[in-house]
Design a protein around this ligand. Structure first.
Ligand code: PEP
Ligand code: MN
Length: 290
């Protein structure tokens, strides 16, 4: 039994709803789809993404401006210049924005510009960062560490909750295993388990899980089928030219088609993929243990 006083599901089967805006909320009937590039590269890039995806429709945009790269010589993100680009597309397209914070010093400025702060896989157990995010005043998207157990993941969420922020969405993004044919191994068992043992919304990132664009659509469908409350998917106007994670970037056309193909899967499990941005909120079916 995981000793997570705040994150654990209680006998009353409560489902926490995390609101990004009045219209966009995780944990309802609606499967929320976040799309956008791995990294913000230019205003032109983000405008193309926002224009195409707002019509898809997806409900929120992603784009990293502080990038946790394996090599210190790789592109590290546009920083505050990138935040200014996110702010512009946010107001122009009226779409909420999710972006990553890597350090405590970035929290204030990022929280002032966007709607949800992402904690990347590599920072899932950065406990000082998690504690500080308890006071961020914005919802947190907490990604599972690449070698974190389910218990460690839930306890990381517990850090944020216990420091004052109730708005945490969990994100399964694949874990390391012996086989690197896929970048990681998408642990859908964890999604079903987290839906049962916590009351927090759980979303899936199939992009970082498989690392290859041709494998993303089937994994996105599987994620919706097993009860995910949302998806976060990387896409780019010119996928091959992405400065980071090019191999897993979908084209904008593929992203629109993917959203469409998820509708019957969502319907089969009592969920809904929005036909329009900002539809009314309905509660989700409960996925708890019998
Ligand atoms: C990302 O979302 O761009 C990212 C770096 O993901 P992760 O932390 O899951 O590797
Ligand atoms: Mn990426």
């Amino acid at each position: 039994m995981i000793n997570a006083k705040l994150a654990a599901q209680s006998h009353v089967n409560h489902q926490t709803v995390v609101k990004l805006t009045e219209q966009v909320a995780f944990g309802g009937e609606e499967v929320i789809i976040i799309g956008g590039p791995c990294a913000v590269e230019s205003l032109e890039q983000m405008e193309k993404v926002a224009e195409k995806l707002s019509a898809a429709p997806i409900q929120a945009l992603r784009g990293g401006v502080y990038k946790p790269r394996t090599s210190p010589y790789a592109f590290q993100g546009m920083g505050e210049e990138g935040l200014a680009i996110l702010t512009r597309v946010r107001s122009r397209y009226n779409m909420p924005i999710v972006t990553e914070v890597m350090s405590i010093s970035q929290i204030e400025v990022v929280a002032a510009h966007v709607d949800m702060l992402q904690v990347g896989s590599r920072n899932m157990q950065n406990f000082d960062l998690l504690k500080a995010l308890g006071q961020a005043g914005k919802p947190i998207l907490l990604k599972r560490g690449l070698a974190a157990t389910i218990e460690e993941f839930v306890m990381a969420a517990e850090y944020i909750l216990s420091h004052g922020n109730p708005d945490v969405v969990l994100c399964e993004r694949g874990i390391r295993s012996f086989d690197n044919y896929t970048r990681n191994v998408l642990d859908l068992g964890a999604v079903a388990a987290l839906k049962q043992i916590t009351h927090l919304p759980v979303i899936v990132d199939p992009s970082h899980a498989v690392g290859k664009r041709e494998l993303i659509a089937p994994m996105a469908k599987a994620a919706v089928a097993c009860g995910a409350d949302g998806l976060i998917i990387e896409c780019h106007p010119e996928p091959e030219k992405s400065v980071s994670d090019a191999r897993q970037a979908l084209s904008l056309e593929d992203m629109v088609n993917l959203v469409d193909s998820l509708k019957p899967v969502a319907a089969a499990v009592g969920r809904n993929i929005s036909e329009a941005m900002g539809v009314g909120f309905k509660p989700a079916p409960i996925y708890c243990a019998a």
